[in-house]
Design a protein around this ligand. Structure first.
Ligand code: URA
Length: 427
């Protein structure tokens, strides 16, 4: 294969064969195709898209670049949920232990913050001692013993994605449906799942800015899951404002623990329960109200809180050790009015400005910083009323307060609240 011919063909709108894609992707994973040629192909895919057959070949070859989990000795259904990424999205921390309490096993491979969206691994690392770099054996052992694990992809799992993901991040090629499909589904398929639910987000704080783009991504992900024999459904959920009150790292762990103790914000719990119901139904455990009741019971009984503590301990963390949170400052409203919009992406960028997210690969984070939203779209506010609380180091307060105020649009006319779960996609 000559990589240049493959790039030329995609550049000129040709359809690549499975062999061409396989040789390119596996060659890239082995280090034979250099980063500059992979970047050129990524840009050609970003600009010209891929057919369903090409997307399937991309996913299959990314999966084939590494190892997969084997669950021979475990007869529990293996399930996972994956979010396409948002601001304030801490659902994984709450849902994984809830599902484990319902008799499912959750071997969750998660990622770090990408663009202005937060990352589950960064959040969990705010727990003193928590390890997100478990080996495949360790992940399988914790899944077997505890019922859930949340860790990063190991070097053996889908190495093609690990290399491609960092290239896409720095070549402005992330929001491409075929490449997001290949990236998400190759990792999920490597987990050896029975069922998968996808939380595909749309809006200012998501990669997909409109519900229509999110639907196209959801359809691509669901079709790929079905083709590979994994029961896959997707919910389209709003990311035009942050999910819950807390956005950041340590503060999102705090809010997750609150949720596991029965004090979760209504929107976080609505999305968490809806995603959980999908997995209980797909595995035949329970459906509809019965599934919802079973999930709620894991919170009411304290079992999910206990399970989370068990998982944290199994991954070396100390849940009850104090988590550092930067000093709080309230940001108040300059006028009376109604909250017409909250720019979730701008909130994500405010967190990056406070070093709670990365500007570039390798940046060291300050996990103690964050934002607490005190208003939501549709709320009426008085002049001087606190709109948000910043958790910032003293030198960052002025700039971060200004960014936060810019992110919140106030109008005279009242605005309707935003619907949260707008659709469901199944194969
Ligand atoms: N999440 C992933 O795992 N991959 C992407 O490409 C985007 C979001």
């Amino acid at each position: 294969m000559n990589p240049v011919w493959t790039i030329e063909k995609k550049r000129d709108h040709g359809e690549l064969t499975a062999e061409e894609i396989g040789e390119f992707i596996l060659g890239f994973a082995r280090g034979e195709v250099p980063d500059y040629q992979m970047s050129a192909l990524a840009m050609a895919i970003y600009l010209n898209g891929m057919t369903t057959a090409e997307t399937a070949a991309l996913t299959d070859n990314m999966l084939a670049s590494g190892a997969r989990f084997e669950w021979l000795a475990d007869d529990r259904p293996m399930v996972d949920k994956h979010s396409s990424g948002g601001v304030g999205d801490k659902v994984s921390l709450i849902l994984a232990p809830m599902l484990a309490c319902c008799g499912l096993a959750v071997p969750m491979i998660s990622g770090r913050g990408l663009g202005s969206t937060g990352g589950t691994l960064d959040k969990l690392e705010a727990i003193p001692g928590f390890r997100t770099n478990l080996s495949m054996d360790e992940m399988q052992r914790v899944t077997r013993e505890v019922g859930c694990v949340i860790s990063g992809a190991t070097p053996e799992l889908v190495p093609a994605d690990q290399k491609l993901y960092s290239l896409r991040d720095v070549t402005a090629t992330v929001p491409s449906i075929p490449m997001i499909t290949g990236s998400i589904m190759s990792k999920k398929l490597a987990e050896g799942l029975t069922a998968l639910v996808l939380d595909v987000k749309f809006g200012s704080g998501a990669f997909m800015k409109t519900a229509e783009q999110a639907r196209q991504l959801a359809e691509s992900l669901v079709a790929t899951g079905a083709r590979m024999g994994v029961a896959t459904t997707a919910l389209l959920t709003d990311m035009n404002q942050p999910l819950g009150r807390m956005c950041g790292n340590a503060v999102e762990v705090d809010e997750s623990v609150d949720a596991l103790e029965g004090r979760g914000p209504a929107d976080v719990m609505e999305v968490t329960l809806a995603l959980g119901v999908e997995l209980l139904a797909a595995t035949g455990v329970a459906s509809g109200d019965a599934a919802r009741g079973q999930l709620q019971q894991t919170i009411d009984s304290g079992a999910a809180r206990e399970k989370f503590a068990e998982m944290v301990a199994a991954q070396g963390g100390e849940l009850d050790a104090p988590r550092a949170v930067a000093p709080a400052t309230e940001v108040t409203s300059p006028r009376a009015g109604h909250v017409a919009a909250v720019d979730a992406e701008a909130i994500g960028k405010t967190i990056i400005a406070m070093k709670g997210g990365r500007r570039q690969k390798g940046d060291v984070l300050d996990l103690s910083t964050g934002v607490e939203m005190l208003v939501r779209v549709g709320d009426a506010v008085d002049s001087g009323q606190p709109l948000a609380r910043l958790f910032a180091q003293p030198g960052d307060v002025a700039a971060a307060s200004a960014m936060l105020l810019d992110a919140i649009t106030l109008n005279d006319a009242s605005a309707p609240p935003l619907p949260l779960i707008v659709d469901r996609v199944a194969s």
